[in-house]
Design a binder for this molecule. Structure first.
Ligand code: NAD
Ligand code: IPM
Ligand code: MG
Length: 372
């Protein structure tokens, strides 16, 4: 990508890195390598400060979100997170996942953006038919700081409960974020709920309908029930543009749509609030089955870093560079085992870094890309 005419001057950014557990540290390192390359090319300085979260924090200090990690995240320009959790902490009194929920809440990250694009050259990597997935371009807006994830929990010998609560304001703010995104895209929002059963879903539907009518009437809004939506997403995924949904449905549906692209290891996310730093993490987990073996696909984490450049730092060219390099590498077949390739995490990351440099070399000399 050649830099745009009025490119912003080089800047310095403080990025907190939370590697976490399992493959988290492996993919977090990949993102740092790619950002360092971007910094070299564009002259920005990215200062990385690593902090503990999840199981690694439990092992070191006995809690999943240490106070200094929280303070560092709140003071950072942005946060990158690998993944948390793993069987080692199953049944432990404090769970690694609590640290992740706590930092999302503390940073006020109510909107979790999970985009997916399946370009024609990548469609064959999906286990689904090429004609179904080719050209998919959608984004999930998942509410991230409320719902059943944050309701009161009870437990006795004979029963357990998880309370699901949504307030009008919590629905309004994430709905506005989704409608605003649709304005910049194909102008369609599909709001997903379970309004035939759940009271929180009936409120969700009412509020989304009202915000649409009052503030975004030019956007096409449709409502869908989560069970049939799970089916439609793999039968006709190209029909969707922006998918707006509550915390738990968004968690489940986003893992489902990862199949369209061929691997959960490809999908990035951005978690954003009203103001303050954002947090950027792949949608996958700590992948204990492949951790520590140089097998993890770094692309979801690397694309999360690109989302950080775009959303938090307004560095569009730099984000475009990473995305173009990832697309070129995936198209070339230089991929990890989850996509049927032979590269390890380190080699796949190197391929992305090399592609960024090659694209810049070609752009600077006005050479067609295939010579680079
Ligand atoms: N944001 C997070 O930190 C996050 C997200 C999801 C799950 N988790 C945690 O991770 C742990 C494991 O959960 P899980 O097994 O259900 O989900 P997972 O996403 O970790 O793994 C599911 C499957 O996808 C594969 N996979 C995941 N990431 C991959 C990558 N980058 N490259 C190649 N293959 C990849 C894994 O090998 C596994 O077969 C649990 O403790 C869970 O709570 C954390
Ligand atoms: C680990 C877990 C708490 C987390 C979630 O459910 O939000 C994960 O599945 C995700 O998708 O980020
Ligand atoms: Mg999940």
């Amino acid at each position: 990508m050649p830099p745009r005419e009025a490119h912003p001057a080089p800047r310095a950014f403080n990025i907190v890195v939370l590697p976490g557990d399992g493959v988290g540290p492996e993919v977090a390192l990949a993102a740092q390598r790619v950002l360092t390359c971007i910094g070299d090319i564009y002259g920005h300085r990215f200062d990385f400060a690593e902090h503990l979260i999840g199981g690694a924090a439990i092992d070191a200090v006995g809690e999943s979100l240490p106070e200094d990690t929280k303070a560092a995240c709140l003071a950072a320009d942005a946060v990158l997170l690998g993944a948390v959790g793993g069987p080692k902490w199953d049944g432990a009194p404090v769970r690694p996942e609590q640290g992740l929920l706590a930092i999302r809440k503390a940073m006020g990250l109510y909107a979790n953006l999970r985009p997916l694009q399946v370009s024609p050259v990548l469609a064959h990597r999906s286990p689904l038919k090429k004609e179904i997935v080719e050209g998919v371009d959608l984004i999930v807006f998942r509410e991230l700081t409320s719902g059943v994830y944050f309701g009161e929990r009870t437990r006795s010998k004979t029963q357990a409960s998880d309370l699901c609560v949504y307030t009008v304001e919590e629905i309004e703010r994430v709905a506005r974020a989704a409608f605003q995104a649709a304005e910049q895209r194909r102008g369609k929002v599909t709001s997903v709920d379970k309004a035939n059963v759940m009271e929180t879903s009936r409120l969700w539907r009412e509020v989304v309908t009202r915000i649409h009518a009052e503030e975004y009437p030019q956007i096409t809004l449709e409502h869908a029930l989560v069970d049939s939506m799970a089916m439609h997403l793999i039968r006709k995924p190209r029909e969707y543009d922006v998918i707006l949904t509550e915390n738990m449905f968004g968690d489940i549906l986003s893992d489902e749509i990862s199949v369209l692209g061929g691997s959960i290891g490809l999908l990035p996310s951005a978690s954003l609030g009203a103001d303050g730093p954002g947090l950027f993490e792949p949608i996958h987990g700590s992948a204990p089955d492949i951790a520590g073996q140089d097998l993890a696909n770094p692309v979801g984490m690397v694309l999360s870093a690109a989302m950080m450049l775009r959303h938090s730092f307004k560095l569009e060219d730099e984000a475009d560079s990473i995305e173009a390099a990832v697309a070129a590498v995936l198209a070339s077949g230089a991929v990890t085992a989850d996509l049927g390739g032979e590269l390890g995490t380190v080699a796949a990351t190197r391929a992305i870094v090399d592609a960024i440099r090659a694209i810049h070399w070609a752009a600077a000399r006005h050479v067609p890309m295939h010579w680079a």
